[in-house]
Design a binder for this molecule. Sequence first.
Ligand code: F3S
Length: 231
Amino acid sequence: MVEFNIFRYDPDKGGEPYFQKYQFEPEKGMTILEGLIYINENLDPSVAYRASCREAVCGSCAMHINDMYRLACKTQSSVMGSEITLRPLSHLPILKDLVVDLNPFFDHFKEIKPFFIPKETPPQKEYIQTIAQRKKIEAWLDCILCGACYGSCPVAGKDENYLGPHALLKALRFVDDSRDGGAKERIAIVARDNGVFRCHTVFNCQKVCPKDLDPSGAIARLKMKTVFRKY
Ligand code: F3S
């Protein structure tokens, strides 16, 4: 038997948050997300969680599982043991149970202008990127914006204005991209009070990233670019 101990809270109904236990026989190879689906379909349809792709691509099902922020679809129930505690992502308003309001998270993301800004003199036909130029950004491309890093970062918890590891990693993804012409603008954004220098180098973001990215390394690189900027 496995026991899921799930955080329950409905702000519309009021009252205090609490944990509710669900016991059931897990199927071999069951993920945490499949456990939640089983609970919804067989034990309690009122448990709220967010999920979509089921294969660690969309980033919807990030939550706190036992001791760490993880993707529910990528976490095997058997690895977590027979008692599994699920909590929502931290530092974001709770909409219901395991579902948080991601608007503040994406507002920070939008601040770094997550789109290509054309160069002053764009190529006539198309941008050609060499293998070496592509390699430079490869380490930052796989972020799925799941929010695990943001939930784990104590600075994000203390300062709602902090851009956060996700936005800063994405900023570097554009700054280092040979096709982008917005480096000056973006470096000025991350150099603000709520940017790279709010990071206290705690490394939680690196520890929890389900795609094995290193937001703390990206932030360190951005700090250097900010200090030594030539414009
Ligand atoms: Fe937070 Fe990561 Fe910096 S956890 S303090 S963004 S190194």
